[in-house]
Write a protein that binds this ligand. Structure first.
Ligand code: SAM
Ligand code: SF4
Length: 331
C-alpha cells in the first residue's frame, strides 16, 4: 500500500528514520553518557521487534525508505540480528544501516550481514588504546578493531564508515592517525562535531573542534579534493588527491544542514522526535498498544512531522539543551 509522502510544514520531505533499539550501552563515552550510566528503561517499556516493524512498515508506505538502527548500543539488544532481518524483509526499506561502537561486532558481523544490513558505521574516537579508554571509559580498542576487521571480511558490508567525534583538546592528536588510517584501510573516516547532547552537560562552544579546522590540519599533509554531495547528505566528503581513500566531515554546529534535513527519530520507548534537539516528542507506543489502526497512527505521525523544527538553535543565545542525551535519543 502506498500513502502520501511524509512532509513537514517547511516543505521538507522525510525519507530517513533513525531508530534507537535500546537505551542501554556497554560504553560510557564522555560526550554521551555519564560514568555511572543512566536509569535504564524497563524491558516492557521498550518497543518490541513487532512494534518497530509495524511502525517502519507504515513509514515506508509514506516514502521513508532509509532506516538506521542505533541506540544506546544496538548490538546489546538481545537477538538484534533478528530485528534487522525483519526490517530488511520489508519491501519499502531501501537502505538499512546500523551505527555501533563495534564492541560486539566480532560476534554479530556475520549475522547482521546475513540479515541484510546494507551499511555500517562504527564509532571510534581514538586509535590509541589509552586515549580510547579515557574517552569511552572502557579499555576496548583492540576488541573494537578486531570487530571492524571481522566486519570488513564481508564484501557486502562495504563501504564501512568510521565516525569520530571532534572535541577540542582531545581530537587534535587523532586527526593525522585517522587520516593515515583512512588512506591505508578500506574505511571512510568521518569527523562529527561535538554537539550539546552529552549527559554530563560539559559541552560548551569552545569544545567543538570544527570540521574546517580538522580539514585544514589534514591538508597540511595531504591534498584533498571535494566529492559531489547529495542535498540531504550530512557529510562533506573529500578524497585524497592521490586517490588513496576518502575522509568526511559532519559539521552540525559550524555549518548546520537543517534546511535539507529529511530525518526523524524514534526512541527505544516509541517516542517520535523530529529533531535531535527537539524539546517535545510524540508518543507512538501508547496508541500502538491501545490498538490504533495504521490510518490513526499515520495521522499522529503526520501531525508531529508537520511541526518539525525549522532548525536547531545551538549557536543562538537562549539555546536549551534537550533533557535527553544522545544515547537516549538515538544518534
Ligand atoms: N552506541 C552506538 C555508537 O556509539 O556508535 C550508537 C549510538 S551513538 C549515540 C551514535 C553516534 O552518536 C556515535 O557515532 C557517537 O559518537 C555520536 N555521539 C554521541 N554523543 C555525541 C555528541 N554529544 N556529539 C556528537 N556526536 C555524538
Ligand atoms: Fe554508548 Fe554510543 Fe553513547 Fe558511546 S556514543 S556511550 S557507545 S551510545
Amino acid at each position: 500500500m502506498s500513502r502520501e509522502p511524509l512532509q513537514d510544514g517547511h516543505g521538507r520531505t522525510i525519507g530517513d528514520v533513525r531508530i534507537s533499539v535500546t537505551d542501554r550501552c556497554n560504553f560510557r563515552c564522555q560526550y554521551c553518557m555519564p560514568a555511572e550510566g543512566l536509569p535504564w528503561l524497563d524491558r516492557d517499556d521498550v518497543l518490541t521487534f513487532e512494534e518497530i516493524t509495524r511502525l517502519v512498515a507504515l513509514l515506508t508506505q509514506m516514502g521513508v525508505g532509509d532506516v538506521r538502527l542505533t541506540g544506546g548500543e544496538p548490538l546489546v539488544r538481545r537477538d538484534f540480528p533478528q530485528l534487522a532481518a525483519m526490517l530488511a524483509a520489508l519491501p519499502g526499506v531501501e537502505d538499512l544501516s546500523v551505527t555501533t561502537n563495534g564492541f560486539l561486532l566480532e560476534r554479530d558481523a556475520e549475522a547482521l550481514v546475513a540479515a541484510g544490513v546494507d551499511r555500517f558505521n562504527v564509532s571510534i574516537d581514538s586509535l590509541q588504546q589509552d586515549r580510547f579508554y579515557e574517552l569511552t571509559r572502557r579499555d576496548a580498542l583492540p576488541r573494537v578493531l578486531a570487530g571492524l576487521e571481522a566486519l570488513a571480511r564481508f564484501p557486502a558490508a562495504h563501504p564501512i564508515k568510521i565516525n569520530a567525534v571532534g572535541i577540542r583538546g582531545f581530537t587534535e592528536q587523532e586527526v593525522l592517525p585517522f587520516a593515515r588510517f583512512a588512506r591505508e584501510h578500506p574505511y571512510e573516516v568521518r569527523f562529527i562535531e561535538f554537539m550539546p547532547l552529552d549527559a554530563d552537560r560539559a559541552w560548551e562552544p569552545g569544545k567543538v573542534l570544527t570540521g574546517a579546522e580538522i580539514r585544514a590540519a589534514i591538508e597540511e599533509h595531504f591534498a584533498l579534493e571535494p566529492e559531489p554531495r547529495e542535498p540531504s547528505a550530512t557529510a562533506r566528503v573529500y578524497r585524497f588527491a592521490d586517490g588513496n581513500g576518502r575522509i568526511g566531515f559532519i559539521n552540525p554546529v559550524s555549518e548546520p544542514f537543517c534546511a535539507d534535513c529529511n530525518r526523524i527519530r524514534l526512541t527505544a520507548e516509541g517516542r517520535l522526535r523530529t529533531c535531535l534537539f527537539s524539546l517535545g516528542e510524540t508518543d507512538l507506543r501508547a496508541p500502538l498498544r491501545a490498538g490504533a489502526s495504521d490510518d490513526e497512527l499515520e495521522r499522529i505521525i503526520r501531525d508531529a512531522v508537520w511541526r518539525k523544527e525549522l532548525k536547531h538553535h545551538v549557536n543562538e543565545p537562549g539555546f536549551i539543551q534537550p533533557a535527553r542525551s544522545m544515547s537516549a535519543i538515538g544518534g
